[in-house]
Design a protein around this ligand. Structure first.
Ligand SMILES: [Zn+2]
Length: 276
């Protein structure tokens, strides 16, 4: 695990972290996990953005429960995990730089006073603070793996709120994907075959909502298999729920087999055994 400088003191309930953390960098699995909304931490120089402490515990600031699930899955599968260490309210790493909600002035129905009327240099500082290091870290790790001939299947792990703008969301889990369904199709089929869950196929969001950015940037651009997992956050609000979902998903991930051509696309040609 890469060393991360700890912030001086965070407020109660707010994760003490900053920057980007890579766990199990050399993990042997083809899966590479990313957690864009892992943290609700705000660096001291951003103050509170005008929000109450209670707001920083809500889904508007991060994806509650997503990081513990991702860490457990990384451990169970011996996979690497990259997590952003700063709240999405400072800057959303899962958005392109030209997205209107990159630095949201409103999230769901909550105004973010500290994000209003930012100057270009304020915005550039936010990019340098979190967005750039997060994407540079993933970029370097993916390149390193491909250079070593390692299969790399990128999966981002998120959570969503049960109620959004007054509407209840019935799905316990959603799998998001674009036209490349190599990972999403077997996952959705396996989850549905258990008969235990209402599984969202591109619900509660889809790539059309511009929430697929990290995977587009690092996986789709290279033809690597990818999918986005969204777990409803009441399912993973405590250690028990987090462990149940991590175990379930890790079990399904272990069973995923890609078509041979796809699985070997990023490998160098196999060495021919010496003729005997
Ligand atoms: Zn998220």
């Amino acid at each position: 695990m890469q060393h991360v400088p700890q912030a001086a003191r965070a407020r109660e309930g707010v994760v003490e972290k900053g920057m980007v953390r890579v766990t199990n960098r050399a993990g042997n699995s083809p899966f590479l996990f990313v957690c864009d909304h892992a943290s609700n931490y705000l660096p001291p120089d951003l103050g509170t953005l005008g929000l109450r402490d209670a707001d920083m515990l809500r889904h508007i600031a991060w994806d509650p429960g997503a990081l513990p699930v991702a860490l457990k899955m990384a451990d169970m599968l011996d996979a690497a995990l990259v997590e952003a260490g700063i709240s999405r309210l400072a800057i959303d790493c899962n958005r392109p730089l030209d997205a209107p909600d990159l630095i949201p002035e409103i999230s769901e129905t909550t105004l973010i006073p500290g994000n209003a009327a930012l100057t270009d240099s304020d915005r550039a500082r936010r990019v340098a603070l979190s967005w750039r290091p997060f994407h540079d870290t993933i970029e370097a790790l993916v390149e390193e793996r491909l250079a070593a001939g390692r299969e790399t299947w990128l999966v981002s792990i998120h959570s969503f709120t049960p109620l959004y703008k007054g509407a209840a969301r019935p799905w316990e889990i959603g799998i998001l994907h674009d036209e490349d369904e190599r990972l999403s199709a077997p996952l959705i089929a396996a989850l549905r075959s258990s008969g235990r869950f209402d599984v969202g196929d591109n619900q509660p969001y889809s790539p059309a909502d511009r929430v697929y950015f990290t995977l587009e940037r690092h996986a789709r651009s290279r033809g690597l298999p990818c999918a986005m997992i969204e777990i409803r956050n009441d399912e993973i609000a405590d250690g028990g729920g987090q462990a149940r979902w991590a175990e379930l998903l890790a079990g399904l991930f272990r069973e995923i087999r890609l078509p041979e051509a796809a699985a070997t696309a990023s490998r160098p040609a196999p060495k021919t055994p010496s003729a005997s």
